[in-house]
Design a protein around this ligand. Structure first.
Ligand code: PEP
Length: 255
């Protein structure tokens, strides 16, 4: 009922014409993996590569489950915002999805829940699916505040009155991103199921049962199968391992 999504966040990496990372092979291998599984894939390259990756994906014969998007958008719709990229510009060149509120943007760029919510509304209005990231810091985790923190982030960052298919939630503990550390398997399932319960109280049972909640934070080719096998985990947001073609494909195939 919830089609899993495997998302690859390239962050600020990968130069074009890079022999160690042939984009054409990457796209083709992912597409082969998609055909073997009931899965949607979303690739988030830097803005500069959106046209390139979209172009490669667009040439695939059956590419409905291959989404290409960006890692952020402006919180303004259009106009004199030098250096910003709007949802409409992304959509115009084939992007159909955007990561919002990644912990690196919340911490480095001081993005607030309110800004993320505004961006999500603009994204959805322009036909982009919004992948809204939430997650607690190590300190918040240690003090037992995980659910309180992520339910508040969900509540304030996710617009109300939206079609459930226009958003995906990514639970990414900040302390697990890029560190090689992950919560225990039991903790991941417990947090996801508690979050879904919270979402049910807040947005209704139908919304909660249909919304995809991805796990993100040090997912790799070794731990992917166990994490993705959990009942309330509907896919993964993958950083580092999404840049290693074999590993990313293995994660998709481990579904
Ligand atoms: C991320 O960037 O969202 C992420 C989860 O990174 P990593 O998989 O490298 O921890």
């Amino acid at each position: 009922m919830r089609t899993p999504m495997i998302a690859g966040n390239w962050k600020m990496n990968i130069l074009k014409d890079n022999d160690d990372f042939p984009e054409q092979i990457y796209v083709n291998k992912i597409n082969e993996a998609i055909k073997e599984k009931d899965v949607e894939v979303a690739i988030f390259p830097p803005f500069t590569h959106l046209g390139l990756i979209y172009g490669l994906a667009d040439e695939l014969p059956d590419n409905k489950s291959f989404n290409v998007g960006v890692q952020n958008i402006s919180d303004n719709e259009k106009g004199a915002f030098t250096g910003d990229v709007s949802a409409e510009l992304v959509s115009d060149v084939g992007g159909n999805i955007v990561i919002l509120g990644h912990s690196e943007r919340r911490s480095i760029h001081k993005e607030t829940n309110e800004e993320i919510c505004k961006k999500a509304k603009i994204a959805i209005k322009n036909g982009l699916q919004a992948v809204i990231c939430i997650g607690e810091t190590d300190e918040q985790n240690q003090s037992g505040d995980t659910l309180k923190v992520i339910s508040e982030q969900f509540e304030k960052s996710t617009p109300s009155d939206i079609d459930v298919n226009s958003v995906v939630i990514a639970y990414e503990p900040v302390w697990a991103i890029g560190t090689g550390r992950t919560p225990s398997i039991d903790d991941i399932e417990n947090i996801h199921s508690s979050l879904r319960k919270y979402i049910s109280q807040s947005r209704g049972e139908e919304f909660a049962n249909s919304v995809r909640i991805l796990y993100g934070g040090s997912v790799n080719a070794k731990n992917g199968a166990e994490i993705l096998g959990l009942n309330n985990v509907d896919g993964a947001l993958v950083g580092g391992a999404s840049l290693i073609t074999e590993d990313f494909v293995k994660i998709i195939k481990s579904l």
